[in-house]
Design a protein around this ligand. Structure first.
Ligand code: TYM
Length: 336
């Protein structure tokens, strides 16, 4: 029987500080789930990270740590291409070309640009505005059909689709128009533990608002104990009316694999104290083996470097192929 050709899938995470359980549930966990079904290409998006100010030594360390975390979470380098974005120059090169079909109006309308400009008012740079164009270049270079991301990236994905279609219309079929893989339940948007009306974010000023993949057991239990719930005492999944409890149920579901309905049943008639402790325990139990594996991997930097170098080479070849096609289509002279 003929083997079915797998479609490509691309996603990336920024090495801009601690990775939260929101990043894990909304994105990284799905990277692992999808690795058998697709040709997966995953990057550490360091070019994106410098759109806000980074300490060089910290950025360097975070890149290595994020690669170790990818591996520790179960991304298999035999099945996937794992690489560092800045090591493959085609990302910047295609971004430049895509810039010539992107408009300031559409970029300045992006919610993330507006949020980050407000948060980093002292450093509203062109890179911050151009961020989604670089993201489109990341995705389109690999002809990705699917892009697993959290709900906050939906708008950037729409722009990627628009740019792909715009380019294809102008120059002929060149890019695959990608679809997002965004979780249907609220896992696509894990909320802050301190304020369930806000997204969980590593850049939150309140450290109790987020749980990182590296938090120790005591911190995890403490943060869940303090998590904001709501005034009544019913443990029910209802994101509209009970955002705090629903967020905790989503986290519990993600880390235990139990369905939301089963989780509701498990906690029926129980108090919030007991519930929050159980969620904290489930998260701590699930993170412990990932943390141990990450520490083991980090002790062998040569191994991680070898994975990166293999991934860089594979990504380089794939990206070059698309970029050459683009350069040909737009009329860059190649001697022929
Ligand atoms: P980043 O590094 O901010 O986040 C990585 C992934 O985590 C998801 N995420 C969440 N999911 C659920 N709940 C949350 N509270 C939560 N917070 C973050 C994000 O949606 C993302 O999927 N621009 C991207 C990185 C990137 C990229 C790409 C992604 C660069 N190039 C190409 C896809 C394709 C970003 O900043 O992710």
């Amino acid at each position: 029987m003929e083997e079915k050709v797998k479609s490509s899938l691309f996603s990336a995470v920024q090495p801009s500080g601690a990775v939260t359980i929101g990043n894990y549930i909304g994105a990284i966990r799905n990277f692992v789930k999808l690795q058998d079904e697709y040709n997966c290409i995953y990057a550490v998006a360091d070019l994106h990270a410098i759109t806000v100010r980074q300490e060089p030594a910290v950025l360097r360390r975070n890149t290595l740590e994020l690669m170790a975390l990818f591996l520790a979470c179960g991304i298999d380098p035999k099945k996937c291409v794992l690489f560092v974005q800045s090591h493959v120059p085609a990302h910047c090169e295609l971004a430049w070309v895509l810039n010539t079909i992107s408009y300031p109006g559409e970029l300045s309308r992006m919610t993330q640009f507006k949020d980050k400009s407000a948060k980093h008012a002292e450093n509203v740079n062109m890179g911050l505005m151009d961020y989604p164009v670089l993201m489109a270049a990341d995705i389109l270079l690999y002809q990705a059909a699917l892009v697993p991301v959290g709900a906050d990236q939906k708008q950037h994905l729409e722009l990627t689709r628009d740019l792909a279609i715009r380019f294809n219309n102008r120059y002929g079929q060149t890019f695959t128009v990608p679809d997002g893989y965004i979780l249907k339940d609220s896992g696509a948007r894990i909320m802050s533990l301190a304020d369930p009306s806000k997204k969980m974010s590593k850049s939150d000023d309140n450290p109790n608002a987020f749980v990182t993949m590296g938090d120790d057991r005591d911190s995890i239990l403490r943060k869940f104990k303090r998590a904001v719930t709501d005034s009544d005492s019913e443990i029910r999944y209802d994101p509209e009316n009970k955002p705090g409890v629903s967020n905790l149920l989503t986290i519990y579901h993600a880390f235990t694999g139990k369905s939301l309905a089963d989780s509701e049943r498990e906690f029926a008639g129980k108090g919030y104290g007991e519930f929050k402790e159980a969620v904290g325990e489930a998260v701590a139990d699930a993170l412990a083996p990932i943390q141990a594996e990450k520490a083991r991997l980090l002790a062998d930097k040569a191994y991680i470097n070898s994975i990166i170098s293999e991934g860089d080479n594979a990504a380089f070849r794939m990206a070059r192929k698309t970029l050459s096609k683009v350069y040909r289509k737009i009329g860059f002279y190649s001697g022929e």
